[in-house]
Design a protein around this ligand. Structure first.
Ligand code: CUA
Length: 358
């Protein structure tokens, strides 16, 4: 058996790298599918650019599938040729000769110049078209306008037409072809560069001090869409999370009406309210209908409407509020809110007051 045909041996070996390439592509596709469909721990679908739920995200998704498939094609062709060449022309002892060397072949040189140029041109056209669709500097018709201000480390949402200011949870109406209601966002920063990103709704847009950027979203289905700051902005960049709550137009109107009301003034928590209004809390926080009109920290008028505190640092529960009021640095080290040095009784009074801000 000393004289086995080496070319047959080469064919058998070259199947392995191709199988490997196919396996890598299959794993990639499988992971993308899993990421696009698996529900999160509390029933929410996790964020994924492969599961768009809004027009801009869908355009970006389509474009990325085109780019990924073209790149995958190039990878398979180049990788396949490379694997074939490595195996077919590998060293087989002294008596084998070099393969024929080709110099100055016009057809080959023309082919490897024209084909890449065409691929780049197709990608250029597709990208330009998508950017043209997404990049709006003025609000589309029927749009709800929201000003988003990035702060270290939370999000401020202002609805100028509705007179609402809230934080970290952006409520918007659902948009359908029969009743289009896009939301047009004006993005600003109060301090450093942040980036607004809700993967299922749109791409990322930076929020730059002294500059105004715009983007728009148009969720098709009601639900909660998770996002985060996508530009490193300091110690608590990782705890600069946001939620977009898309609601039916009726639910959104109801939410907006509730937000427009001033804060509840419950006589049972008068001690906590007095404490709040007599400490430095009012320098940073606003509570609608009271003397507290600070704007450095989140507006607390309807604090209990929100699911989290500290821009996603913790769930908004009585226990976490107690921890937060006693010393915010425990839940969010480095955050801008200092511990107010309150006694245990004062913390209880303060939290009882905050719990009434529905
Ligand atoms: Cu804000 Cu990162």
């Amino acid at each position: 058996m000393c004289c086995q045909d080496p070319s047959e041996d080469g064919r058998r070996l070259s199947a392995r790298p191709i199988a490997l390439a196919v396996a890598i592509v299959a794993i990639g596709v499988g992971a993308a599918r899993a990421a696009s469909a698996s529900p999160g721990h509390d029933g929410r679908v996790i964020s994924s650019i492969f599961n768009p739920a809004s027009t801009p995200a869908a355009s970006i998704h389509q474009l990325s599938l085109l780019v990924i498939s073209i790149c995958a094609g190039i990878f398979v062709v180049v990788g396949g040729l490379l694997a074939y060449t490595i195996v077919r022309f590998r060293w087989r002892g002294e008596n084998r000769q070099e393969p024929p060397q080709v110099y100055g072949s016009y057809p080959i040189e023309l082919a490897w110049t024209v084909v890449p140029l065409m691929i780049v041109f197709i990608l250029f056209l597709a990208t330009t078209r998508t950017i043209g669709e997404l990049d709006k500097t003025s609000a589309p018709p029927h749009a709800l306008q929201v000003t988003v201000v990035g702060h270290q480390w939370w999000w401020e949402f202002r609805y100028p037409s509705l007179g609402i200011t809230t934080a970290n949870e952006l409520h918007v109406p659902v948009s359908t072809p029969a009743d289009p209601r896009p939301t047009f966002l004006t993005l600003e920063s109060a301090d450093v560069v942040h980036s607004f990103w809700v993967p299922r709704l749109a791409g990322k847009t930076d929020m730059i001090p002294n500059r105004i950027n715009h983007m728009w979203i148009e969720p098709w289905k009601s639900g909660t869409y998770l996002g985060q700051c996508a530009e490193f902005c300091g110690t608590q960049h990782a705890h600069m999370l946001l939620r977009v709550v898309a609601q039916s137009p009726a639910d959104f109107a109801q939410w907006a009406a509730a937000q427009q009301r001033p804060a509840v003034a419950d006589p049972r928590v008068a001690a906590g309210r007095r404490l709040f209004q007599s400490t430095a809390c009012v320098n940073c926080h606003a509570v609608g209908g009271t003397a507290a009109q600070g704007s450095f920290g989140p507006d607390l008028t309807h604090l209990m409407d929100r699911v989290t505190i500290g821009a996603g640092a913790a769930r908004n529960t009585a226990q976490n509020l107690r921890l937060w009021v006693a010393d915010p640095q425990q839940l969010k080290p480095g955050c801008r809110m200092p511990a107010m040095q309150l006694s245990a009784t004062q913390v209880d009074e303060m939290v009882a007051y905050l719990l009434t801000l529905k």
